[in-house]
Design a protein. Structure first.
Length: 385
């Protein structure tokens, strides 16, 4: 009974170890994505810098890489926790099986001793023929066979449990080796993160002498963002007078976390929402979407089937394309060439324009937004990782 309760305890405990946490495989898939982003960011950071504008763009990249490395370190630490849980569970199973093996060995030894005491075909025949009648003799024959089968089964069970223990011990050793590798990776990433932060500090000191220029640049960006937001709200207000396609809305909603990126290769250099300015003290930057720095082709693609609501020119953001998907809108800003017009039906993956590439703070950057009626959504949560 105690043995049963012990096994039941381990069985019930397993879900508690893993509930609410990612698997090691999920963590490693996430890590793959983070490492790719760091690699792309590092390549852009190493490009030649010649002006204060280049320094500001580099600072945005460094900030993103610092943030990504911090997430990567957290990813490694979560894997350490998962491996520790797996090692603990496997060790509990080993202890449980070893206890079973001790009991089985004792039982098997007793059976062998008993068999030895009753050994010999003569004893077996005498046991059968000493029965009072045929039916009782047949019953003795059946009992003897059951006893033999039980002895064989106990021997097989003993071997199986010994094999399970050996396999679990190998798995524990493998998990400990993986843990050592992960710990080493954490040390390397902490070192790189320290270097990133030092580089970031130097850039901030360099840009502290350009506060007037930074404030002017920020005001221009805020003005462009406000103009784009006003245009979007005008479209939303006009759409309320029309019937919204519920099926299109549902199709788009189902794509959360699965939308293809609007560019072939890119990384997010400015995140959604409010965050502090990297240089100016007590200044907050508000972003209604995300800014994606392209690494390669400047082509921009529609993320989902829809209809072009408008193409609008916004000072500071060049041209912007707004596409409707039922009650949702996707916004593609800072385009220099546009290949669609108002009213066009567009499909997922269709090229709709190219990103502005001349020398400015927005060089090679796509400004991308997602709206659900009057609500601004974080596009990063919608794009596939």
């Amino acid at each position: 009974m105690k043995k049963f309760l012990g096994s039941l305890f381990i069985f019930l405990l397993l879900p508690c170890f893993y509930a609410g946490s990612q698997s090691v495989e999920d963590l490693r898939n996430e890590r793959e994505s983070l490492l790719k982003e760091i690699s792309n960011t590092s390549l852009l950071i190493e490009e030649k810098k010649e002006s204060r504008l280049d320094n500001l763009r580099e600072l945005n990249l460094i900030e993103r890489e610092v943030s990504t490395r911090e997430r990567l370190i957290e990813n490694f630490r979560e894997e350490i926790e998962q491996l520790d849980r797996q090692i603990e569970v496997n060790q509990m199973l080993v202890n449980d099986l070893e206890s079973d093996i001790i009991n089985l060995k004792e039982e098997y030894s007793r059976l062998i001793r008993d068999s030895y005491q009753r050994k010999g075909d003569l004893n077996y025949l005498m046991f059968l023929f000493s029965a009072e009648d045929f039916s009782k003799g047949y019953l003795r024959y059946r009992l003897f066979k059951e006893y033999s089968r039980y002895r064989q089964k106990q021997g097989e069970l003993l071997v199986q449990n010994q094999n399970k223990v050996a396999a679990l011990l190998r798995e524990i050793q493998q998990q400990k080796s993986e843990k050592e590798e992960v710990l080493s990776s954490i040390e390397n990433e902490v070192h790189r993160l320290t270097l990133n932060k030092k580089r970031k500090s130097r850039l901030i000191q360099r840009l502290m002498t350009e506060q007037q220029w930074l404030q002017k640049s920020l005001k221009e960006k805020e003005k462009a963002a406000a103009q784009l937001e006003n245009k979007i709200r005008e479209l939303i207000a006009a759409q309320k007078k029309e019937n919204i396609n519920a099926a299109e809305s549902g199709e788009f909603a189902d794509r959360m976390g699965k939308l293809n990126w609007p560019v072939t290769n890119g990384l997010i250099v400015n995140e959604f929402g409010e965050h502090r300015h990297p240089v100016l003290k007590n200044v907050t930057i508000k972003n209604n979407g995300i800014d994606i720095r392209v690494t390669g082709s400047s082509d921009v693609y529609c993320v989902h089937n829809g209809q072009v609501s408008t193409v609008v020119a916004i000072p500071g953001l060049n041209k912007a394309v707004i596409v409707r998907h039922g009650k949702y809108l996707t916004v593609y800003g800072n385009l220099v060439d546009v290949f669609v017009s108002k009213g066009d039906i567009v499909s997922a993956g269709q090229k709709i324009g190219q990103i502005y590439r001349d020398n400015s703070e927005m060089k090679e950057i796509l400004h991308f937004e997602i709206w659900e009626e009057n609500n601004k959504l974080d596009p990063e949560q919608w794009l596939i990782r």
